[in-house]
Design a protein around this ligand. Sequence first.
Ligand SMILES: [Zn+2]
Length: 303
Amino acid sequence: MAKTARKQIIFHFSFFTFHFLSYLCARKDIVRMSVRVQDVIDALEDFAPLPLQESYDNAGLQVGLTETEVSGVLLCLDVTEGVIGEAVELGCNMIVSHHPLIFHGLKHLTDADAVQRCVRMALQNDIAIYSAHTNLDAAVDGVNYMMAERLGLVDVVLLQPRQVAVSFGTKTRSVQAGAGVIGYLPEGEDSLAFLQRVKQAFGVECLMHNELLSRPIQSVAICGGAGDFLLDEALRAQADAFLTGEMHYHQYFGHDGQIQIGVLGHYQSEQYTMDIFNQVIGERCPRLPLFKTTLCTNPIKYL
Ligand SMILES: [Zn+2]
């Protein structure tokens, strides 16, 4: 065969192959328009792998089947009957929450308590429930990073870092994770002005704090939710301020002039976790309808 003829055949073959592969890619895209519960889980667990969760926790799929096609996802901090009702109204058959619905285990499925009623309601309405809890707290760019970002902190790093072995398919990788973060304000800020800014940034009704610190605040340690266990770590890191969601009365003693403690409330400190879900799922499944709950699920009311 002449060289030019052979070249032409190769050219036509390459041309055909290129367009056939492009067509297949397009078809794959069409197929991928349907999102399964497992696809949402994969997006969340690539960001915050389940092995990052604490031993006492129960993060992961709470209710539902992995192969179900997802019509829409409602994002929330806590799963309540009201939130499930909202999902039904919005046509969402999946709920992603920060706090696990099932935490202590279930022995019955009656209407005896709110958890059982929620599970029954989810099953009756074919709604899957997935929770990313302490694995999301521990993940880089997780709950505490989101809090730091809202306060404009820079150079944010984990306060108590650790490495966790995580399996991805057949491979195991060491993943950086940890409790709390520490970051820096670009410029020192007066302690009262800082606490007032925290109060406003997180919509806090009643911010609890110890004696105002006389030196300016620059380094800030953060642990959302029940993060009081990190106070000592924040002191060791010589943070000017420590922000968390909950703290016991006696823990406030002995730190005046040492560190500025600010306690926001558990719900208030973690409420923007929904934004992380929105971003992580939205990037992987751009056509999937995502909604943040409009309900305030904070069980604590303020007079
Ligand atoms: Zn929490």
